[in-house]
Ligand binder design. Structure first.
Ligand SMILES: [Zn+2]
Length: 518
């Protein structure tokens, strides 16, 4: 099966920040997870480069728009390795191949009869590059997002017959309750549709920085349609000499809540008008709100993602974003919150479990995982290891990144309790004593068998949880799976591996913050 996941394309005028990293990491977790399930994955991200704001910014700097975007796009491209993102392609909407393909598709929409010429008059926000309907306006004709007074603009342009898709979109939302997730965003999109759809501007006159309409080159395409089409156009030229559209389309989109209307309403209508299959679905995430007043030990009081990466690695940031704030909702992040979870969860719970398990196998079993059976005590119960992989897969099918991580983490905690309950160090002492009894043959005592079982179960529990964590924390996952002597990266059930492999001890995966700061 193929799995195609996309991020929003980022507006090239901005400086990359945590919000960009957040959407991109989310898509990366899904892409990596699906690869581990053996899916044929394509993962796309990129930059949105046309439109009036870019032209204006370039003019201010005395540059051509092309020079400005060539200067800014690399900042977004360079962010990707820093946050350890495994995208298959990076699209820029100023790519000539994208522009040519956009022209072909918009010509189809025109030829199918969904385009007409008209006069537009309305309240225009140059920062959103969008006309606001009366319902969307803020007090005193302001942009609700940018809080700036809006200009009343009147112009001749081409319209897209969005209203023609009223029935089709209602049908879509009726039949596919999971088309937009989470449910609150689905309801928001549905009520927008039910409120009655008006035709929307497809093009704008006077602008030059954009894709020209093939039948009216004096007009450039409205930047939103140009941008949305990236999800389709990329597949036609991401691989030289190969068109991947058949292989990967339709996509699953990860987006932020600010661009819901474009993706959940305009985009499916436009695809229908062009005769394309609709997206598999989309997940709309909330905002990470910066909280700066809590004291932090090492990071200053504001969470700077680049500083976190530099000092603690990308994995810690990737983990924190989806652990602290439920994916899909708004929530606060802070430097103090980061440190608290880093120490309590990554260093103490996971890091400690890993180093204890490896150390005990090294010491008591010459660094070879014993061959034993699954311990029903550890497998069963609400936080037992049995069935974890199926649960996580089901949650990630719904892009529920936070709940999936919570399920994994419950098992990390269960494994730590298992160490305390079984006390392998006492079992080792008993085994030692038994083996030294005079006259007793040097066969395995009961304590020795029990120690084999406990060590095997710990290694196996760590293997399964780490395989699932690898999508979230790829560097840590690689190190730990290497240390555990695990060959493949495919997701497996608890007990699927029978032991017998050699392990290696590793330095602490997440050194405590006090130590790091010293
Ligand atoms: Zn605005």
């Amino acid at each position: 099966m193929s799995y195609y996941v996309t991020t929003p394309i980022y507006y090239v005028n901005a400086e990359p920040h945590l919000g960009h990293a957040y959407s991109t990491i989310a898509a990366d977790v899904l892409a990596r997870h699906m690869r581990q399930r053996g899916e044929d994955v394509f993962f796309l991200t990129g930059t949105d480069e046309h439109g009036e704001p870019v032209a204006q910014a370039a003019e201010k700097l005395g540059l051509e728009p092309r020079e400005l975007v060539d200067r800014n796009a690399p900042k977004f491209k360079e962010l990707l390795p820093q946050i350890n993102v495994s995208n298959d392609f990076f699209i820029r909407t100023s790519d000539p191949q994208h522009e040519a393909r956009v022209q072909e598709i918009v010509q189809i929409v025109h030829d199918n009869g969904y385009v007409y010429e008209g006069t537009y008059e309305g309240w225009y926000c140059p920062k959103c590059a969008d006309f606001k309907t009366e319902l969307e306006l803020g007090p005193g004709h302001t942009c609700p997002i940018h809080k700036i007074p809006l200009e009343r603009e009147r112009e001749e342009n081409w319209f897209f017959k969005l209203s023609a898709f009223q029935g089709e979109l209602e049908k879509l939302y009726g039949e596919r309750q999971d088309f937009v997730r989470p449910k609150a965003r689905y309801n928001e999109a549905l009520s927008f549709v039910q409120g009655g759809l008006e035709d929307v501007s497809l093009s704008r006159p006077k602008l030059t920085w954009g894709v020209r309409l093939p039948w009216d080159p004096d007009q450039v395409m409205y930047v939103w349609f140009d941008a949305l089409l990236n999800y389709v156009t990329a597949l036609s030229y991401a691989r030289e000499g190969e068109d991947l559209t058949e292989r990967y389309w339709p996509a699953f989109h990860i987006i932020g809540k600010d661009i819901l209307k474009f993706h959940a309403v305009y985009w499916p209508a436009f695809l229908m008008a062009a005769g394309y299959e609709l997206p598999k679905g989309m997940f709309i995430h909330g905002y990470l709100l910066m909280e700066g007043h809590k004291m932090s030990k090492s990071l200053g009081n504001v969470l700077d993602p680049f500083e976190v990466i530099e000092r603690f690695g990308a994995d810690a940031l990737r983990y924190y974003c989806f652990r602290e704030v439920s994916f899909g909702q708004d929530g606060s992040v802070s430097a103090a919150g980061f440190e608290a979870r880093y120490d309590a969860e990554l260093a103490n719970e996971y890091g400690n479990l890993a180093s204890r398990t490896l150390a005990m196998i090294d010491r008591y079993r010459d660094a070879v995982v014993p061959r034993a059976e699954v311990d029903p005590d550890l497998a069963g119960g609400g936080d037992g290891l049995a069935g974890l992989e199926a649960k996580v897969c089901e949650l990630l099918d719904r892009a529920d990144l936070t709940q999936a991580l919570e399920e994994i983490w419950k098992r990390i905690r269960r494994l730590n309790r298992y160490v305390e309950e079984t006390r392998p160090w006492d079992l080792a002492k008993d085994e030692e004593r038994d083996s030294q009894e005079p006259g007793r043959p040097r066969t395995r005592s009961g304590a020795g068998d029990r120690l084999d079982s406990v060590l095997y179960n710990l290694a196996e529990g760590l293997r399964v949880t780490t395989l699932l964590l690898t999508a979230y924390m790829p560097e840590t996952g690689e190190r730990m799976l290497g240390a555990l002597g695990v060959e493949g990266r495919e997701i497996q059930a608890f007990g699927a591996h029978r032991g017998g492999q050699s392990i290696e001890r590793v330095p602490p995966l997440f050194p405590k913050i006090e130590a790091a700061a010293a």
